[in-house]
Write a protein that binds this ligand. Sequence first.
Ligand SMILES: [Zn+2]
Length: 65
Amino acid sequence: MIMELCEVVCPSCFEPFEVTAPDIGDSIFPIEFDYDCEICCRPMMIVFDSLNETEVSATARGLGE
Ligand SMILES: [Zn+2]
């Protein structure tokens, strides 16, 4: 099991921060998470998707989009 950190940029304050990616071995992508920004605490959605068998990408978007 590999815990991977993915950098995302908050859609509200545009500050980057890191989130822990879900385990790629037993996850079905894409996965959406509700998340509160670690800097401005506004809610967002983080979408994890698999790039290949070992890498996960994360994208953050605002709830209103
Ligand atoms: Zn923020």
